[in-house]
Every structure is written in structure tokens, then in C-alpha cells.
Design a protein around this ligand. Sequence first.
Ligand code: ADP
Ligand code: MG
Length: 432
Amino acid sequence: LWQRCLTHIEARLPEKDINLWLRPLEADFTDEGLDLMAPNEVVRDQVERELRTPIANALNDLGAVPKRIRVLVGGGQKPRATESEPAAAPPTSRHNLDSRYTFESFVQGKSNQIARAAAEQAANPDNMAYNPLLIYGGVGLGKTHLMQSVGNRLLDTNPRAKVAYVRSEHFVNEMITAIRHNRMDRFKAHYRSLDALLIDDIQFFANKDRSQEEFFHTFNSLLESNQRIVITCDRFPKEVEGLEDRLKSRFSWGLSVAVEPPELETRVAIMLSKADYHGITLPQEVAFFIAKRVRSNVRDLEGALHRLKASAQITGTPITVDFAKQALHDMLAVYDRLVTLENIQRTVAEYYKMRLADLLGKKRTRSVARPRQIAMALAKELTNHSLPEIGQGFGGRDHTTVLHACRKVKELRETDARMEEDYANLSRILTS
Ligand code: ADP
Ligand code: MG
């Protein structure tokens, strides 16, 4: 079966992933599920992070659905388990929550504080004001983390609460299975008996009419009896094509909150907190170095961290900025290409409604010089270019001019609220 599973995955993943991470695994199917033995922690972590879902999906496609999949570091002594998440739990099973996703481990910043506050309210069983709660926003910004924090908190408060965390794809698959085996009654009864239903990534319901129909009824039934519902979506539901209007309007009955890409300080805090959790010694300057570049997605920040950890373990080197530069070379290159000097110049000129030629030209009146300085400061923060390179790109200026601009902007941002706002806006426009 494992061989068939591998063959199945091979068609879907890069060969590199297969050879590096999947081939070294030994598979052991038991009554309890599937145990995958990894030769070391590096492989185990990678499989946990990136390959668990493809494996579960492949097994699913092959009609073999293990109760759970564990990834263990194999070899002699008792294997050590990491997170064990049921690949496809039957409707009557446990809540499916990942205990690492808590409010405590969630780093708060401007970008997520409203969503977080709303989620904390939703985790209070006595407060049904925000029901349903909808959390929406781009990939990797903490929606699942927040949603599961609600579930974990509810269970902390009342261990007997019936909480179910379900990915929407899973809901769909489960329903299809229920239909096929004539078990729709059980399916319905299960969902309607919950105290809290956390349903993740509802954009997957798009164009699945029967599932939407079923979900709509479940949803209404839960709302009517005042049960808690939390939903996430990768964009505002009104913008999801193929989602029924009645569902869309139902989703917005409670409270809708967005998660935005985190700002630099929050990204650094997240990195440091994850490093701490994983026992990785990460100097702050390295966290800054990475967080300045990896901007849009927290999951990528974590990815960077795990890669650093793996390389540091293999080579036995401490993590420094230079080490990070090398180890993450390819990943950072992708990010560096995203914000170019040109892009910054165009965006700033547009923002201040001025001509690009003036921004790059020689005029020194303040209405031109300020935006120019801001653009240079943004270039320093958002690209990997050196001061001389930035000067060169701004109409052949000297690197000391750029340095001066950066200092000036920093000072103004601290004293002038308007300036700070402009800078933050531009930074957001450029990096989202
Ligand atoms: P989404 O569901 O929005 O795609 P996730 O909740 O899966 O994103 O988050 C991706 C990863 O980033 C998870 O490991 C999560 O723990 C982490 N993460 C995202 N935002 C934060 C945050 N503010 N603090 C700590 N970890 C975060
Ligand atoms: Mg998610």
C-alpha cells in the first residue's frame, strides 16, 4: 500500500521532495493507523510540515483512510511521536484540534488584533454576540491558528464541550461518504449535536451545491439553537464565486473580521516566538534580516526558520545573518524580486501624485524632496540593495544622500504622525 501511495504522490510532487523526504520513510500500517518512520528529525519535521496532507490525500484517493498518521523518528528505542492528527476522522470522533494553536502562542500586532479580540470573545461561551464569527484574509496569516485557539480555549473552559474543527474539504468528503453509505442521518445528527463548529476555508464550498445545501441547513440549525460557529475564508465571502448568495448573507450575520499581513515588528516577534518554541537559537538581527524580506506570509517565515534549523543542524554552525543569507539564498531571492526600486519609485510618485521624473530629478523643494527621501528609505527597508545601489537607482545620487534620507525619514516618522502614516501606507501597498 505504501508503494502505491508513493507512486500516487509521485505524479503530484516534485521529484526532489520525493527523493529527499519520502523515500527515506518506512511505513508501518497498524490497527491504529499509519506510522511513518523517519531516519532523523530533519526529515520528520519536513514531512510533518509539508507532506502530511499529500500523503493523507493520496491514501484517501486509494480508498485507504488510516485513523491517524504519525511521523516518528525511527530506530531502536521507543519512537517519539509528534503531532498526530487523524487523517480523516469518522464523524463521531474527537475534536481534531492542534493543541499548539492557542491564543497564548499567537503573536498580536496591528494586523491581527481585531481578529484576535473577536476570536477571544467567540471563545467565551457566555458571549454569543458574535455568532457566527467569520475570519477572512490571505494564506498563512493565522486564520486557522486563531480559529483553533477558539476551540482549544472552549475545551479548556469546559473539557466536555463538543467542539469540532473541520476543514471544508473534509466536510465535503465526509458528506459524500455519508451519502454513499446511507448514513446522512448520522452525519446530520453529529453536526447538529455540537456545541461549537469551527469550519475552515469555506471557499472550498464554491461550486459544490449539495455540500452548500447541507452546510446551509447545518448552519441554520446550529445558529437557531445558539451553538457557536466560527468560519474562515481566504477572502471576503461575497467575493467567492460559486458560493450561494444565501450562504454569503448568512455568513455575515455575526461579525466579520480580517487578518492582514503582519507588519515588520510583528513578523520579528513571531519568528522569535517560534524559534523559542522549537528551541532554536535565533539572534534578533537574523530575525530582522529574514522578516524584512519575507513579508506577506507567516507560514513562509516559519518555513525559513525550519530551513535554518535544518541547515544549522547538518552543518553544526550557529545561525548568523551571513549563514541565513546562504541557507535561504533561493527563498530570499524570490522575495527580493517582488519589490524593486522601480516599483517603489512608481508607487511613491503615484501616492504623492507627482511625476516620476521629479522624484528622480534634481529639484530640492520640500514637496519633491520628502517623497524622494521616503522612497529611498523604503528601498533600504524593503529591498536587498546597498546604499550605493539605491543612490544609483535614484538618478545617480551618492550613498551618503541615501543614508541621510533614511535617517531623516526615521526621525520624521517618530515625530510626525502624518509622515508615519504615509510611510506605513506605502509600505503596505508595496508589500501586500
Ligand atoms: P491561515 O489559516 O490563515 O492560512 P495559519 O493559521 O495556518 O494561516 O498560519 C500559518 C502559520 O503561521 C501557522 O503555523 C501559525 O501558527 C503561524 N502564525 C500565523 N500568524 C501568527 C501569529 N500572529 N502568531 C504566531 N503564529 C502565527
Ligand atoms: Mg488555514
